[in-house]
Design a binder for this molecule. Sequence first.
Ligand code: ADP
Length: 151
Amino acid sequence: MKRAVFPGSFDPLTLGHKDIIDRALPLFDEIIIAIGTNSSKKYMFTLEQRIAFIKKTYKGVEKIKVDTYQGLTIDYCKKVNSDYILRGLRNPADFEFEKAIAHTNRKMSKIETVFLLTSADTSYISSSIVRDILRNKGDVSLFVPKAVLTK
Ligand code: ADP
């Protein structure tokens, strides 16, 4: 069984995340969208809201599971028996950051990181810009799945 973990904050889920998940679906038997929780980080949406956005968006899609974890992503992968970490790449900054983490994870485990390049249509979308728009009462409907709009 090819199982991948897609780790992230998903604060909130965006069409950029959705693009990566949808395109990874044919590559794996199961994808666990794993929301990493870090007590020192401030989130706009509660864990429950972030889980609900993903569950609603992928309702009826058997291959998608949602979970939360604390600690190292590789330890979580071992716990759920996953050999792959899925990540998206948007730009050179993502690449440099992800490269160091992927090398480190490879050194510490056998877990491979599989990267999908962002689609041209969604490459500029980020949760942090979505949060900025929301803080300023703007319309984010072009950047997030419908489930995020109906909170
Ligand atoms: P993190 O805090 O771990 O970066 P995010 O929720 O911001 O969590 O992102 C999770 C993953 O989704 C990362 O691999 C990130 O590169 C990817 N991602 C986010 N937005 C996009 C996008 N627009 N296109 C492709 N990948 C994206």
